[in-house]
Design a protein around this ligand. Structure first.
Ligand code: ATP
Ligand code: MG
Length: 251
C-alpha cells in the first residue's frame, strides 16, 4: 500500500520565493492495484513519483510505503525500501556503456546472481517486451521506443513489489502501447504487483486503471475508478478526458 498524507513540495523561484509543485496531497493506493496518474504537462506527476521512491523529500507530510513513513528515512534505509521497487524513468536512462543485456541484468548482478542465472531471466524479459534476442546491442543502436521497453525490462528484472512507470508509453506506437498495457496488467495478475503508471493516453487509462488520480494546479482534482472520474463534474477533468478544448482552455 502507498499512502500520501498531506504532502506538499515546493521549488525555489528565480525571484527568491517558493512555488508549490504539490500542495497538500493525500491519497491511498491499494496493494496489487494499477493506479494511473494523469494531468497536464508540468502538473507534478514526475515529482509525485520521485517522492514515492524517496528521490527527494517533501516540505511537509508523510509518505507511507506498506505502513512505513519514508520521509524521515536515511539513504541507507531508503535503499532497503527501494529494493522492492522498480522505476521506469520518463527518459529511459539506460547505461550507455553497457549492452542491453547488461542493462536489464544490472539489478540481478547487484544481487550477486551468477551469469548463468541472469541470462535466462534477461532473455525472458526482453521477449516479454517484444525485443527478444537484442542482448548484445548497445542503447545507442536502439530507437526511443525500444529504449523505453528495455528500461521497462530492467525495472522488472528483480521482481519488485511496487513498480512506478513514468510514461512507459510515450514514443510508442499503438500496438506497442497495447503490449506494454497488457504486460502491466499481466504483472498485476501473476505477481500482484502494485503499479503506478503516469500516462497521457486516456485509452490506456480506460483499459488498465483500477484507480485514477488526476493532478492539476498542485492538487488532486479527481480520484476514483475511471467511471467515477468520468462522472466528475469538474470542467478541468472533463476537458482532459475529452482531449480537446471547446471554448477557453481550462488546463
Ligand atoms: N528539481 C526541480 N527543480 C526545479 N523545478 C522543478 C524540479 N522538479 C520539478 N520542477 C517543476 O515542477 C513542476 C512539475 O514538474 P513535473 O516534472 O513533476 O511535471 P510532470 O507532470 O511530470 O510533467 P510532464 O507531463 O511534462 O512530464 C514543473 O513546473 C517543473 O518545472
Ligand atoms: Mg513527467
Amino acid at each position: 500500500m502507498i499512502e500520501f498524507r498531506n504532502v506538499s513540495f515546493s521549488i525555489p523561484t528565480s525571484d527568491g520565493g517558493w512555488r508549490a509543485v504539490l500542495d497538500d496531497i493525500s491519497f491511498t493506493l491499494a496493494r496489487g492495484a494499477i493506479t494511473c496518474l494523469i494531468g497536464t504537462s508540468g502538473s507534478g506527476k514526475t515529482t509525485l513519483l520521485r517522492l514515492m521512491a524517496g528521490l527527494g523529500k517533501p516540505d511537509e507530510g508523510e509518505i507511507l510505503i506498506d505502513g512505513q513513513d519514508i520521509v524521515p528515512m536515511t539513504e541507507r534505509q531508503l535503499n532497503e525500501v527501494r529494493r522492492e521497487m522498480g522505476f521506469v524513468f520518463q527518459y529511459s536512462a539506460l547505461f550507455d556503456s553497457m549492452s542491453v543485456g547488461e542493462n536489464v541484468g544490472f539489478g540481478l548482478e547487484r544481487q550477486k546472481k551468477s551469469p548463468a542465472e541472469i541470462a535466462p531471466i534477461v532473455s525472458g524479459l526482453l521477449h516479454d517486451v517484444g525485443l527478444a534476442g537484442i542482448e548484445d546491442k548497445r542503447p545507442s543502436q536502439l530507437s526511443g521506443g525500444m529504449k523505453k521497453r528495455v528500461a521497462m525490462a530492467r525495472a522488472l528484472a528483480t521482481s519488485p513489489q511496487i513498480i512506478l512507470y513514468d510514461e512507459p508509453d510515450s514514443g510508442l506506437d499503438p500496438v506497442m502501447t497495447r503490449v506494454i498495457d497488457d504486460l502491466i496488467v499481466g504483472l498485476r495478475e501473476t505477481k500482484q504487483t502494485t503499479n503506478v503508471v503516469v500516462t497521457h493516453n486516456i485509452e490506456s487509462v480506460r483499459r488498465i486503471a483500477d484507480y485514477v488520480l488526476m493532478v492539476h494546479d498542485s492538487r488532486i482534482v479527481a480520484q476514483g475508478t475511471y467511471a467515477e472520474i468520468q462522472a466528475s463534474d469538474s470542467p478541468v477533468v472533463q476537458q482532459f478526458l475529452a482531449g480537446e478544448a471547446h471554448g477557453p482552455i481550462l488546463l
